[in-house]
Design a protein around this ligand. Structure first.
Ligand SMILES: O=P(O)(O)OC[C@H]1O[C@H](OP(=O)(O)OP(=O)(O)O)[C@H](O)[C@@H]1O
Ligand SMILES: O=c1cc[nH]c(=O)[nH]1
Ligand SMILES: [Mg+2]
Length: 209
């Protein structure tokens, strides 16, 4: 598995702003979208192209590059993943969206599924799972399992912040997966929160803290 910790100055600057104590919902949400967009640019560098003949502006036929294959599906993990969705679809506007609803039980830290709706033909599409936080990795592995059960073979993950524990957990079951992140942070605290992390990303995006 490869972990791509993106060092681009804009990513690092914006992530730094997100770590500020007392950040407003508006700022956190805007920055989550902006960092998600920049990480999407990095994560899509190897999308396959194919040549297509189209009529050009001058009336002559021309050959251009177009993305090859079935449209990508973006998979936000509810709720917090929704805070990244617009940033991702800004760059991949024709993407299909599959939704996975999971919350992490605060006592057991186990993911509790409550909703899912996938687009069709997952065996022919690349899936990009988005969630701001990869903490213990339980929510991510549960989502990857759902995709794999439905035949999806080509999956990438974009998270804003990852904990080493979560990376290791995902790596155990998905050794070939590629993860794109703005930061691999230090560790999890006793409550399963990432340190230094961002705090509760879902609460900050939805204003429920
Ligand atoms: O790696 P894990 O230990 O599973 O933790 C990460 C999960 O926790 C957060 O969601 P949360 O359960 O708070 O739900 P929310 O998005 O509705 O706030 C986060 O957005 C991830 O989905
Ligand atoms: O640090 C963390 C861990 C799980 N979920 C969050 O929102 N933040
Ligand atoms: Mg939450």
């Amino acid at each position: 598995m490869s972990v791509h910790a993106i060092q681009h100055p804009l990513v690092q600057h914006k992530l730094g702003l997100m770590r500020q104590a007392g950040i407003s919902t508006k700022s956190f949400r805007e920055l989550a979208g902006e960092v998600a967009k920049l990480l999407t640019y990095e994560a899509t560098q190897d999308l396959e192209l194919e040549l297509q003949d189209i009529p050009g502006w001058s009336g002559e036929p021309i050959t251009v590059n177009q993305l090859k294959g079935k449209k990508v599906t973006i998979v936000p993990i509810l709720r917090a993943g929704l805070g990244m969705l617009e940033g991702v679809t800004d760059l991949i506007p024709s993407a299909r969206v599959s939704v996975v609803g999971l919350y992490r039980d605060e006592d057991t830290l186990q993911p509790v599924p409550y909703f899912s709706k996938f687009v069709g033909d997952l065996d022919e599409r690349m899936a990009i799972v988005i969630d701001p936080m990869l903490a213990t990795g339980g929510s991510m592995v549960a989502t990857l399992d759902m995709l794999r059960e439905r035949g999806c073979k080509h999956i990438k993950v974009i998270v804003l912040v990852a904990a080493p524990e979560g990376i290791e957990r995902v790596q155990r079951d998905y050794p070939d997966l590629e993860i794109y992140t703005a930061s691999v942070d230090e560790k999890l605290d006793d409550n399963g929160y990432i340190v230094p992390g961002l705090g509760d990303a879902g609460d900050k995006i939805f204003g429920t803290r």
